[in-house]
Design a protein around this ligand. Structure first.
Ligand code: GAR
Length: 203
C-alpha cells in the first residue's frame, strides 16, 4: 500500500463534503490523498471545486446506460488511477452489486441520519415528522443493502422547536463536514496498519 491511501470521492452535486475532505487534507497530515473526484453528473458543481483543489476529475452521465454498464466504466476509471478506497459524498446513485463486491470493505459513505435509523432519502423531513429529539449523520461501510453496513462514526445534532427540514439539513451538514474527514482519516490509518477490510455479512 502506498504511503497514503489513494481515495476517490464520488459525487453527484454540490460536493461540500468532498470540499471538506480536501480542506482537511490541506491542514492535516492525513493518511489519505484524494486522487480522483468522479461523478455521474457532468455538470455537478463539486467537479469545479475539485479542479480548484488540483484534483483530477472524471464525469460521465449515467443517462442511456444501464446500471451495470455505467458502473463498469466507473470501475475502469478507478482502477486506472490505482484507487484503493472509495468515499461516497452525496453520490445519489445506487451502486450495482457487481460493482460493490470486489470493493467490499473499501467503500465508505456519509449519510444524513443517525444510522441505522432513517435510511434512504428525505431523512430530515421524516425525522421531524416523527418528533425526534436528536438527529445527526453517520459514516459507514457500504454493502449491497442501502445505507446498511457497519457504522464507523456518528455525530448528533439536537433538534430545535422551530426546525424545518432546511434548517436541520444545514446544521447536520456542518457536522458532516467535521465528521467525514476525521472518520475517513481514521479508517485509512487502520488500513495502513494492516487491517483486513470487512468482507460482508457472514464472511
Ligand atoms: C449530504 O448531506 C450527504 O449526507 C447526503 O447528500 C448531501 C450531499 O451534499 N447524502 C445522502 O443523502 C446519501 N444517501 P454535498 O454534495 O454538499 O456533499
Amino acid at each position: 500500500m502506498a504511503e497514503k491511501v489513494r481515495v476517490a470521492v464520488l459525487i453527484s452535486g454540490r460536493g461540500s463534503n468532498m470540499q471538506a475532505l480536501a480542506e482537511y487534507r490541506r491542514e492535516v497530515d492525513t493518511a489519505y490523498e484524494l486522487v480522483l473526484v468522479a461523478s455521474n453528473v457532468p455538470e455537478a458543481r463539486g467537479l469545479v471545486l475539485a479542479r480548484r483543489f488540483g484534483i483530477k476529475t472524471w464525469a460521465h452521465s449515467h443517462k442511456g446506460l444501464d446500471r451495470a454498464e455505467f458502473d463498469r466504466l466507473l470501475d475502469e476509471e478507478l482502477r486506472r488511477h490505482d484507487v484503493e478506497l472509495i468515499a461516497l459524498a452525496g453520490y445519489m446513485r445506487l451502486l450495482s452489486p457487481g460493482f460493490i463486491r470486489p470493493w467490499i470493505g473499501r467503500i465508505l459513505n456519509i449519510h444524513p441520519s443517525l444510522l441505522p435509523e432513517y435510511k434512504g432519502l428525505d431523512t430530515h423531513r421524516r425525522v421531524l415528522l416523527a418528533g425526534e429529539e436528536y438527529t445527526g449523520c453517520s459514516v459507514h461501510i457500504v454493502t449491497e443493502e442501502l445505507d446498511d453496513g457497519p457504522v464507523l462514526a456518528r455525530s448528533e445534532v439536537k433538534i430545535r422547536g422551530r426546525d424545518t427540514p432546511e434548517t436541520l439539513a444545514e446544521r447536520v451538514l456542518e457536522e458532516e463536514h467535521k465528521l467525514y474527514p476525521r472518520a475517513l482519516d481514521a479508517f485509512c490509518r487502520t488500513l495502513k496498519s494492516g487491517y483486513e477490510p470487512f468482507t460482508g455479512p457472514g464472511a
